[in-house]
Design a binder for this molecule. Structure first.
Ligand code: GGG
Length: 355
């Protein structure tokens, strides 16, 4: 399916709230999209099942029907959050990890930006983490054996040239669209010289690929070992623009970066492939606060904006993002993670009013 906007008379959005606060923040994203009215095509939402809670009821975390509807009927999707247990549960596998692979959503794009006068007192941040979304340790090939010395567990870490190249291309393309046009490649190839070495070399070589024809000449490239990248991220976050990383490092780095802008509840993402896009707040299912109407809906709302921008509806995305920024700047109606006392529903209403 083409991502071009011209062919689209209507927009079918698969909604997968999944677990915990995913079920509270996805309605906020839906309300924000609906508030755009006729400035985007007529929108239809299709509610789809997924998640650990669904698994406990039915024995499946990602029904085939969900994947089929996404593939056959939807133009895009929104995912909430999932509560996978930290122990092995027979028959269960993370639906979000599976979905990213099944839909070939190979790039997880996570912009982390501080809004001026945010109630954080932290240094200003304007970066985007481009996380490879289909391989690394998330291929989930783990085994355990019992030896004479006790249990031994192993995990396969897969890094391919193909996946590294396409995430590298996404990083350079993203850098071109940003004022600073700077890419930092994150790796640990001083220790993992074969796997991270392949990632590093392949991403570095993107500007010299046949057909690129100097398109990325303006983009400057740096690289950083992942541990020192975390250190520098906390001390001098302004040095980063586009950070491109294998799956696990990207997952960790983007949560770390979220701490710099006040809350994980503010950070959006999209899972993007060549023909499908799925918005998803970076935060998890937060079982400790689920059901209390206090989860921050802004990451989910911003994820809806990113998804719309990716589909070509830049004006709609701008309207949502400006409304969110205003609510944060004004600082009057905020959820407890940002020091406020307001409910999810109240914050959502403030955003809707401003759209
Ligand atoms: N929306 C992001 C999210 O759900 N994060 C938690 C996460 O990644 N969990 C992995 C899992 O539970 O399978």
């Amino acid at each position: 399916r083409s991502m071009a906007t011209t062919a689209r008379q209507s927009l079918k959005i698969g909604m997968l709230p999944a677990d915990g606060i995913g079920r509270e923040v996805l309605p906020a994203a839906r309300a924000a999209i609906l508030a755009l009215g006729s400035s985007i095509p007529k929108t239809e939402f299709i509610d789809l099942a997924a998640g650990f809670e669904h698994f406990t009821r039915t024995g499946t975390a990602l029904p085939d029907e969900t994947v089929n509807i996404l593939q056959e009927e939807c133009d895009c999707a929104m995912f909430g959050a999932v509560s996978s247990p930290s122990r092995k549960v027979t028959g269960y596998s993370s639906p979000i990890v599976a979905l990213r692979k099944k839909m070939d959503l190979y790039a997880n794009i996570r912009p982390v930006t501080s809004v001026a006068a945010e109630p954080t007192g932290k240094p200003s941040v304007d970066l985007v983490v481009i996380r490879e979304n289909t391989e690394c340790l998330y291929v989930k090939q783990e085994t355990q054996t019992v030896t004479e010395n006790g249990k031994e567990a192993r995990a396969t870490r897969l890094i391919t040239e193909r996946a590294s190249r396409r995430i590298g291309e996404m990083a350079f393309k993203t850098a071109l669209s940003r004022p600073r046009k700077h890419v930092t490649i994150i790796h640990k190839s001083n220790v993992l010289s074969i796997t991270d070495g392949l990632f590093r070399e392949t991403v570095r070589a993107v500007p010299t690929l046949p057909g690129v024809d100097g398109r990325y000449d303006e983009v400057t490239i740096a690289e950083q070992l992942v541990d020192s990248a975390v250190y520098r991220l906390f001390r001098e976050p302004h040095i980063y623009d586009v950070m491109v990383a294998p799956n696990l490092y990207g997952d960790i780095l983007s949560d770390a970066a979220a701490a710099l802008v006040g809350s994980l509840g503010l950070v959006p993402s999209i899972n993007a492939g060549d023909s499908f896009v799925m918005g998803e707040p970076v935060h998890g299912s937060a079982p400790d606060i689920a059901g209390q109407d206090i989860a921050n809906p802004l990451a989910a709302i911003r994820s809806a904006a990113l998804m719309l921008r990716h589909l070509g509806y830049g004006n709609g995305a701008d309207r949502i993002e400006k409304a969110v920024d205003q609510v944060i700047r004004e600082g009057m109606v905020l959820t407890p993670d940002l020091g406020g006392k307001s409910k999810t529903s109240e914050v959502t209403q403030e955003v809707i009013k401003r759209i």
